[in-house]
Design a protein around this ligand. Sequence first.
Ligand code: FBP
Length: 259
Amino acid sequence: MKQDRMAPFLKNGKGMLLAYDQGLEHGPSKDFDDRNIDPGFIMEAAAKGGFNGVVFQKGVAERFYDGKVPLIVKVNGKTNLPGGEPISRQVCSVEHAVSLGAKGVGYTIYLGSAHEAEMLAEFGRIQEEAHRRGVAAIAWIYPRGASIQNDVSKEMVAYAARTGLELGADAVKIKYTGDSVSFSWAVKAAAGARVFMSGGPKTQTDEAFLEQVKGVMEAGATGLAVGRNVWQHKEPLRMAESLRRVIFEGRSVQEALAP
Ligand code: FBP
């Protein structure tokens, strides 16, 4: 059987990852408060919340990773300051990520950006090196830039998922289309590359977020890679418990919310 490089991040074929690279992507003042600005708080929440993986940039991993949850190091990144057509370049080698304990590397591609070609080429090299070193290559694929009208349409999200397959990603992290039926087209397009939903900004209610997660799982996805909806929550461990009920136990949203 083909080796599953995502195995370290899965339980019964499903996975729940905690993403924490927003300090670079959005800046600390947009997303963080006095509690979640501390990477130590996130590391603890990842372990106590039963997450199957945690995503850090290398600087946070170097100082705070404690080995309790499998690690994914983001190897590219950008701030939100430059404006214009988005591009995110490599900031960490695969070798260094592996030396920090990573079992997977993450790379964001802005599909449709005027700079898309550079990111496709860079991810191509990173994927080959990750596989030589026996770790997973996980592609965050977000349609973005002036040429993109609707980044969460059925067609765009499926294109993102398919791009991950075509480029040899072990898993893709993509945005939700808004309903299970259209998202299942993206899962089909990924054709075996594992599909994780990207969380997005914190929803108004827990129910709204859990409905998305339910739809994603019904569509046949592997799970989710979430940040703000967990660590901006008043009770991150309670949200983690609700997510586990939906993802691993197939419970309804109401059951997931029950005390
Ligand atoms: P969230 O669940 O907080 O949205 O995190 C997922 C993620 O992909 C992060 O890894 C990344 O920092 C962020 O979203 C990117 O957000 P944006 O879509 O604003 O670029």
